[in-house]
Design a protein around this ligand. Structure first.
Ligand SMILES: [Zn+2]
Length: 400
């Protein structure tokens, strides 16, 4: 009972001493902590704003690209319309040529008919002239060619009849010619219609060509808009990445102070990447027992990923570099604190690309594959520790 009382008392004294010491530093600590908390909040706000701007810039770029591609679609449609028109025009031109051939053929028929009419007319005129000569007393001359009266009389009749027949034949022939000419007119009308169609289509084509040229100009302008929007988007992306880095930095600093002795939350957004993208084969898994240079190496502390010397190594999650040095066993090694009690270790590197205090964003290059330290070939020894205890890295990230 007594001894217990003493123990209680001495504990109380010891506890009071600790509380006293702690409250002394805790005052400064709280001040610094609220300062860091403010900075973290500001960084968070700046990040959110920059992410909103990035969102807007991405939407704008998408809209401009959509507009551009719809313009290009219209241009393609115009091209199709023009090429179909050109096809129709050449078909119509062939039809016009064929029609012209028909017209020429028809003209030949008309000309032949005219020749026949002319021949007949000449015969007729000769006979009429002969008849007039006979009637106006040129009888003697005529009689010289007539052998008998009967013949003479019938000759006169024949003349009369022949002239009547001639007129009928001529009338028929002229009627036939008129028919041919009518057909010719119809053919010419058809040809003229085709010509009109062709002219219309040609002016339509010209209009489409003009539209196309105008659209091409607009597309050129739109391409400039797209380039500008893409530049804006890139700038917004860079701005966002910078703000993200500042946020992670603020988070890491806050975490370092607020969670001295471990714990706290994971830094960054928790996204992960395989440290050697594309190198997915493991030459040794976590917890493996093996022999290295004739020495037993039990319970392998990480995973070994073979890759050519100089292959960039990417930090698997955002965090702060808390160790970057050369060790006899690890060779060139970089250790990263991710918050939440999680650290990752990258060993046997040919060279290191990160210094103590660096804030690294998931995917940042922190070194290059090598075979330094206790290593039997080019590979990355990738290790993770949770609250100081080695754990299988495949519990956090899968080879990809
Ligand atoms: Zn290893």
């Amino acid at each position: 009972m007594h001894s217990l009382h003493w123990l209680k008392k001495s504990c109380a004294v010891a506890l009071a001493g600790i509380l006293l010491t702690y409250s002394g530093s805790s005052f400064v600590f709280a001040d610094e902590q609220s300062d860091l908390a403010d900075r973290l909040e500001q960084a968070q706000q700046a990040l959110e704003e920059s992410e909103q701007k990035l969102d807007d810039a991405q939407n704008e770029l998408e809209n401009q690209q959509k507009l551009g591609s719809s313009m290009r679609q219209s241009e393609q449609q115009l091209r199709n319309e023009i090429s179909s028109l050109v096809g129709q025009i050449s078909t119509t031109e062939a039809q016009i040529a064929a029609k012209q051939e028909e017209i020429d053929e028809q003209q030949g028929k008309i000309d032949e008919q005219q020749e026949r009419i002319d021949d007949r007319w000449d015969d007729f005129k000769e006979r009429v002239a002969a008849m007039q000569v006979m009637r106006s007393g040129g009888m003697l001359g005529m009689l010289a060619n007539v052998t008998s009266l009967t013949a003479f009389l019938s000759f006169g009749d024949d003349l009369q009849q022949l002239s009547k027949k001639d007129r009928e034949v001529l009338d028929e022939m002229n009627a036939e010619k008129a028919k041919l000419e009518q057909l010719q007119l119809e053919l010419e009308t058809q040809r003229n219609e085709l010509e009109t169609q062709r002219v219309n289509m040609q002016s339509q084509q010209q209009q489409l060509e003009a539209n196309k040229a105008q659209l091409a100009e607009q597309i050129k302008e739109q391409d400039k808009n797209i380039d500008a929007a893409a530049a804006d988007e890139q700038a917004a992306q860079a701005e966002r990445d910078a703000k993200y880095r500042i946020w992670v930095q603020a988070q890491a600093e806050y975490d370092r102070l607020a969670n001295q002795g471990g714990g706290g939350s994971v830094i960054g957004d928790g996204s992960v990447t395989w440290p050697l993208p594309g190198y997915t084969r493991l030459s040794s898994v976590f917890g493996e027992d093996r022999w290295i240079w004739g020495v037993a190496d039990t319970n392998h502390g990480g995973v070994d990923i073979p890759a050519p010397a100089g292959t960039p190594i990417h930090v698997f999650q955002s965090g702060t570099v808390y160790n970057s040095y050369y060790s006899a066993s690890y060779g060139n090694v970089v250790m990263v604190d991710h918050g939440g009690g999680l650290v990752s270790i990258y060993a046997h590197m040919s060279s290191r690309a990160a210094n103590v205090g660096d804030v690294v964003i998931v995917g940042d290059v922190i070194g290059y594959v090598g075979s330094t330290g206790q290593s039997s070939g080019n590979h990355l020894h990738f290790e993770t520790r949770q609250n100081g205890v080695r754990v299988d890295p495949l519990g956090y990230v899968s080879p990809s």
